[in-house]
Design a protein around this ligand. Structure first.
Ligand SMILES: *[C@@H]1O[C@H](CO)[C@@H](O)[C@H](O)[C@H]1NC(C)=O
Ligand SMILES: *[C@@H]1O[C@H](CO)[C@@H](O)[C@H](O)[C@H]1NC(C)=O
Length: 137
């Protein structure tokens, strides 16, 4: 995945929900919208975290009304009621040594040697499990 614009998370989420609705047999989506159509949709809210990209892990916690997002060097907690409200965010960069090792191995320190959070999982009522690439560590 390239450097996704933050708003691209919304259609991703819509697809996720749509995928959970039907039965197991593959079928055509009932509704297909372009990103522009989604943007024009009444009530659409967008979310953007500064200086990050790659919103690859999403976890909905309906009980607490939160959407947890794993991204480049960050985990964020958003309000499901209003995704545009200020996000609670946690910086989780890879340690400098790991980034340097990654760079020595020939990767780009400015784009590839980051901690890309790939997985979020509910652990218990107060904790999440998060898994990141740790600059290829
Ligand atoms: C959502 O939050 C944003 C930012 O705090 C605010 O400007 C907007 O009015 C809120 N929208 C609703 C529907 O509450
Ligand atoms: C959740 O797990 C963590 C780590 O084991 C523990 O410290 C915490 O007390 C647990 N929370 C609850 C509500 O059990």
């Amino acid at each position: 995945m390239g450097r996704a614009e933050a708003a691209a998370m919304i259609p991703g989420l819509a697809l996720l929900w749509a995928a959970g609705l039907g039965d197991a047999t593959p079928s055509l989506p009932r509704l297909r919208l372009s990103f522009q159509e989604l943007q024009a949709w009444h009530g659409l809210r967008t979310f953007r975290l500064e200086r990050t990209c790659c919103y690859e892990a999403l976890l909905v916690d309906e009980e607490r009304g939160r959407l947890f997002v794993g991204a480049e060097n960050h985990v964020a907690s958003l309000s499901l009621d209003n995704i545009s409200k200020r996000a609670k965010k946690l910086a989780w960069p890879a340690p400098v040594e790991w980034r340097e090792e990654c760079n020595w191995a020939g990767k780009d320190i400015g784009t590839e040697c980051m901690n890309f959070v790939k997985l979020l999982h509910a652990y218990n009522h107060t904790h999440l499990l998060a898994c990141g690439t740790g600059a290829f560590h």
